[in-house]
Design a protein around this ligand. Sequence first.
Ligand code: NAP
Length: 454
Amino acid sequence: MKLQSVNPFNQDLLAEFEVFDNNSLEQAITEANRGFGLWRQFTYSKRADAVKRLASLLKKQRDSLAKLITCEMGKLYKEALAEIDKCALACEYYADNAEQMLAPVQATTDASRSYITYQPLGVIMAVMPWNFPFWQVFRFLVPVLMAGNTAVLKHASNVPQCALAIEKLVKEADLPDGCFRTLMVGSNKVEQIIADKRIKGVALTGSELAGRQIAKVAGYNIKKSVMELGGSDAFIVLDDVDLNLAIPTAVTSRFMNAGQTCISAKRFIVQSSIAEQFVEQFKQAVGQLTLGDPLDPATTLAPMARNDLRSELHQQVTHSLKQGAVNLLGCERGEGDGNFYQASILGSVKPGILAYQEEIFGPVASIIEVADDQEAIAVANDSPFGLGASIWSQDNERAEQIALSLEVGNAFINGLVKSDVRLPFGGVKRSGYGRELAAEGIKEFTNIKSVWIK
Ligand code: NAP
């Protein structure tokens, strides 16, 4: 079996790699485990220096790394540049804050002294997706390292060059050997790796299907897991919305990264009195998106990452149309060799229609009309997912009431739902459990130890 890197814009085979045999896998895990013995003894300040070197390298190699992302998974070059910048920011943030986040906390008990301390666990495994091939890895890796753990990565099979580039960066940043290893394996090896006694936890970012499998294996082996899974975020438009603010964000949220973002707005839940106006303006703005070469600055809608994902998306769209959704725009593949899908809008989406219930992971927006605030909340919560949501209104108090009623991990008012290293990120329901980022994220893979002294 080989891992292939294929350019989604023209199907060029860029590189291919043999998967690890059992010996190489054993060697990598051994190295990560040995690395832990050394790395855990580093002071926070020494770890921070190393992670800051990583940030400098990201900044120095920004252009070439972004180009690699664009050529391997297809996103717009300017989006890839922003992704690299965000990784560097995460390095600096945790380098500056990890020590204080994990400082021992004194507790008042019947002891003469008692406290809570956060100690590293060992080698943590990451199973990561291709849609943000650097950011997803860095937002896991940096806090895990700063907490004193080491890590191994099984990246998505279609981004092997990004996986190797991250390993190379960590080496260049002069972290001790084994602090981070990329495992060139397919998903069939994940169970065996989680079961290895040297692996102390697993973080998955990916689909619900992968989540069920990996959480089951982690549970069977009694290992800590964090699940960052799919989403079908609501973008709730109230009747007093400022459309000048909402429309551009609606377009960005749904169509950036060719719609392949877990926290994209996917269900546009619009109050009836404003629906016609919203749909008209949204359609006009979406209609201006231009498919093309993601390296070309004139392109505003990127190809999808893989052809099989485009076929799945098209099936979801045609099925929804058969069930009664209305084609307001697009709903077809784009022309050319790239995995293009037209910027699309489905109208009249209702309960019972696939697009109402399932995650649509591509450039397709669904419009759902509702009568009032209560119905907007009910529809937003009528989803198996609970990752993010945004509410659009000129009345912040009204919007905040709605935000607090939503079953999601991230609620934004009059703003694009985004991950921010300073805020915990994650979901509820079938969007997963556990948190990444901020202080909550760095504690996930620590032994929260209570110490009691008579
Ligand atoms: P995916 O198919 O689940 O793949 C994610 C990772 O899991 C890949 O490394 C994949 O390996 C591996 N994998 C898949 N099935 C597996 C199995 N049965 N056992 C072990 N490993 C398995 O997801 P994707 O298509 O790459 O990514 C899209 C999904 O990720 C969407 O649902 C999206 O919403 C979600 N996502 C969530 C977040 C979040 O923060 N909540 C962020 C980004 C994306 P292979 O590539 O080798 O198959």
